[in-house]
Structures are given as C-alpha cells and as structure tokens.
Design a protein around this ligand. Structure first.
Ligand code: ZN
Ligand code: ZN
Ligand code: ZN
Length: 278
C-alpha cells in the first residue's frame, strides 16, 4: 500500500492564515517542508481521506486527478477536514467528464453524514450522480473494491462524531488516526479482537512539543505513550511504520526540529507531498 500526504497541517495551516508567531514567521522564511496545508491523504492513488479547503491546491500541486477519484472518506465535520463548498464544483457546468459520469462516493458517519447528505440533496448532486453519500458506522467493516475499511471512534471531543480509519488491503493494514487524542479504551479492544497488527500508523501530533497534551489532539510525548501501549498489545511491532502528522504552529516546532526530536524513535515526520510505501 501507499499513502501520500497531500496536506499535513491543522485547521489554521502553517504558516497560520492570520498569525505572526515565531513558528509561522520561521515557516514563511524557510518555506519547503515547513509549509503545511490542511490535512488530506490519498491511499494507493484511489481513496481520498478528507476534503479540506486546500483540496483545490492539492489537485494542482500534487497533480491529483480529482475527477478520477471515486471514493472519499471523511473523518469528521471540522472545516479543515470537510469543506462542503467545493463538493458542488463536481456538478455541471463546473465539472465536465471526458468518459462517463463517475460518481464520487463520500463515506461518512454521524454528524458528517448528516451535513453532507443535506448539502448533496440541496445541490441535487446525487440525482445527477455527481456525488453520492454513504453512511458508515464505527466498529463495522465496509468494502471499497478489495479494500476492507473500519471506522473507529476518535477521541476528539471538539467534534460530534469523529472517526479514525483502519484500512486493510491484501496482507497490509494501516490506521489513519487524525484528529484524535489518546485512543478510547474501546479502540484497543477492537484492534486486538480483530487481530490487527499494523503495517503503518499515522498519528495526530498537532501539539508536538507541548507537554502531555491530551485535549482534542496529542503532543509527541503522548504519541510515545500511546505507541508503547500499542506495542504491549502487539498491535504494532518493530516493523510498523510510524508517521506523525497534522501539525499546528501551537505545537512549537517546524519540520527540522520535529525530525531532530523524533530521530531516536524511528518516527517519520510528515510533510506535504510525503509518500510512504509499506
Ligand atoms: Zn484537523
Ligand atoms: Zn503562528
Ligand atoms: Zn478536528
């Protein structure tokens, strides 16, 4: 499997849209991997995770043919993960398809499902088969082609019904865990009950260098504690690829500092455009 990180920032991005803090000023000065657009990922060039306002820019910058993408997983309703306004751009006359009318199916749970369904109905996106929406439930597997996917409840109290995604393809399995704090107890039992041994885990590290941050996101030290527990439960092993992602300027570190502090743990620090094959 392959995950491509199209965007790796938190809601406000780095540099944050209206910010003059030292981290943002440094990011502006250094550019490159320090610039983080809002989080979005693409699995095997086929399954898109989340739909931030930067999807338009990701389409250009990373040459993603969004008209060909037929599957979109939504983690939760926050605007950096679900920017509804651009979904309408898939209808006529905003979008023309060369071959056939490929619908984009959006998979979502709870509040995200409710607001997407309302939007899709309002703009007649389903009846023109431009955007379809499918409701999914936490802890229940569903299929996209030969991928098996299970949403797990995320610990992200600022959203109503946030989920993380467990994605299995052939003999590989990954967990996309954004946005979330330290996992809920039920997640550990679901992972062990399903005999999951992760090949890749992508962890929320919004609050990077803060100490013991367990609000709606995680700091790096909480990531390390979580990884330790997952290792004890044999959900991860020495072979698991660990990526930390979804950074905010309030985590007080730009890319080079993050690489330095994570080096002893063999953790990959995400950046916009990073591709990880596993
Ligand atoms: Zn977010
Ligand atoms: Zn800032
Ligand atoms: Zn969020």
């Amino acid at each position: 499997m392959k995950i491509k990180y199209l965007g790796t920032g938190a809601a406000e991005g780095i540099p944050a849209i209206f910010c003059e803090c030292d981290i943002c000023e440094e990011a502006k000065r250094l550019g490159g991997k320090n610039i983080r657009t809002r989080s979005q990922a693409l699995i095997d060039g086929k399954i898109l995770i989340d739909f931030p306002p930067d999807s338009f820019y990701h389409m250009i910058e990373h040459q993603v043919n969004l008209s060909n993408i037929q599957y979109l997983l939504i983690t939760h309703e926050h605007s950096d993960h679900l920017y509804l306004g651009d979904l309408e751009m898939r209808k006529k006359p905003f979008a023309h398809f060369k071959t056939y009318e490929k619908p984009l199916t959006v998979f979502a749970h709870g509040e995200s499902y409710r607001i997407i369904k309302e939007y899709v109905e309002k703009h007649k996106l389903a009846e023109t088969r431009r955007v379809l929406v499918q409701e999914i439930q936490p802890n229940i597997w569903f299929n996209i082609e030969d991928y098996e996917i299970m949403p797990l409840r995320a610990n992200h109290p600022s959203a109503k019904t946030p989920v993380m995604y467990l994605i299995k393809h052939k003999d590989k399995v990954m967990l996309y865990a954004h946005d979330t704090s330290y996992f809920l107890d039920e997640s550990f039992s679901i992972l062990t009950d399903n005999n999951i041994v992760l090949d890749l885990i992508s962890l929320d590290c919004t609050s990077a260098l803060l100490k013991n941050y367990r609000g709606t996101h995680m700091s790096l030290d909480v990531n390390l504690a979580l990884l330790e527990h997952l290792r004890e439960l044999r959900i991860i092993t020495d072979k698991t690829t660990v990526v930390v992602n979804h950074f905010s300027h309030n985590g007080l570190a730009n890319y080079d500092t993050l690489v330095e502090v994570t080096k002893p743990y063999g953790i990959i620090v995400s950046y916009d455009g990073l591709e990880v094959a596993f």
